[in-house]
Design a protein around this ligand. Structure first.
Ligand code: PBG
Length: 340
């Protein structure tokens, strides 16, 4: 029982309830007034899967409303997204098996689907920002992000190929090259090679903390890029580790990364926060294919409200410290943003 004669400060506060946080939630206007985190279409990077052909698009089974587009269709999609305020796009190529080989040589052929895509986008929309993917796996017959020799992924030999790919993409017009392979030393090596080739102005977005995750399944379906043997654990990170993410970030920062990415996003919000607190570069979060598929699958079953779950996910990723979000929800989010 509390004493009426000698109340503690806490008891007085309880009696009077001077702090009622619910006052700041009492109306929609006040809730908006005190909202701490906002997302706009300018914060979004929108991925696009590109395939050969004309005037075609095919839906990816495990990613409802996400399509592989032929270049002409992709240009139409980009125009629609730009109307909605999205300005940065990340194309990924679907490469036929016949063009894949041990050294991913297709990745830097002048007339490859990917480089034609970059040139076509740049020719039609000069103001668009293109973030291009520097990785061997879509072009590798082994489905790995590095050169495979006797079942092992060889680091330094892979760097040469990544740098060639980055230069070819820069020549085609990429604004940001994004190495997603997790080889050691690639940011520094690519920076040096880009500079020597005269591309000082091309930025590097490092996939800094990319985990060996189960959430990439639908993406590998989309590109048919799953590893043909083994897994990616000798280069992608162990989901159990966060100090290691800080080490990767320190190296990428020192090697000259302009942006640093954490991937996946939702299961790694602590990693996003930690990089945000410890480094000065913009932090990017990749809300990956499996995160997208989970929301869509549950919404299709009527188990959750997909649109609300999407918004809450993106908001949480920003609140955790991401400045920029790469997400398949990009267009749907931008549509919602303009309806609100
Ligand atoms: C590979 C790459 C992957 C993704 C983007 N780049 C898959 C992988 O590492 O196997 C996955 C993205 C997603 O799941 O949305 N360089």
């Amino acid at each position: 029982m509390r004493s009426k004669i000698y109340p503690t400060v806490r008891q007085i506060q309880q009696d009077m309830l001077t702090r009622r946080p619910r006052r700041n939630r009492k109306s929609a206007v006040i809730r908006e007034l005190v909202q701490e985190t906002h997302i706009t279409p300018h914060d979004i990077i929108y991925p696009l899967f590109i395939m050969e052909g004309n005037n075609k698009q095919t839906e990816i089974k495990s990613m409802p409303q996400v399509y592989r587009y032929t270049i002409d269709r992709a240009l139409e999609e980009i125009a629609e997204c730009m109307e909605l305020g999205i300005q940065t796009f990340a194309p990924f190529p679907v490469v036929p098996d016949a063009l894949k080989d041990k050294y991913a040589t297709e990745s830097y052929q002048e007339n490859s689907l990917y480089l034609r895509t970059i040139r076509a986008i740049k020719a039609q929309f000069g103001e668009v920002c293109i973030m291009s993917d520097v990785a061997m796996d879509p072009y590798s017959s082994a489905g790995h992000d590095g050169v495979v020799e006797n079942g092992k992924i060889i680091n330094d030999e892979s760097l040469e190929i990544l740098a060639r790919m980055a230069i070819a993409q820069a020549e085609a017009g990429a604004d940001i090259v994004a190495p997603s392979d997790m080889m050691d030393g690639r940011v520094g090596f690519i920076r040096k090679e880009l500079d020597e080739a005269g591309f000082q102005d091309v930025s590097i977005m490092a996939y800094t903390a990319k985990y060996a995750s189960a959430f990439y399944g639908p993406f590998r379906d989309a590109l048919d890029s799953a590893p043909r043997f083994g897994d990616k654990k000798t280069y992608q990170m162990n989901p159990a580790n966060i100090r290691e993410a800080l080490l990767e970030a320190q190296l990428d920062f020192e090697e000259g990364a302009d942006f640093m990415m954490v991937k996946p996003a939702l299961p790694y919000l602590d990693v996003i926060r930690s990089l945000r607190d410890n480094f000065t570069t913009p932090i990017v979060a990749y809300n990956v294919s499996g995160e997208y598929a989970m929301v869509k699958a549950a919404a299709e079953r009527g188990w959750i409200d997909g649109e609300k779950a999407m918004y809450e996910s993106l908001l949480s990723i920003k609140r955790a410290g991401a400045d920029i979000i790469l997400t398949y929800f990009g267009k749907e989010f931008a549509q919602l943003y303009h309806r609100q």
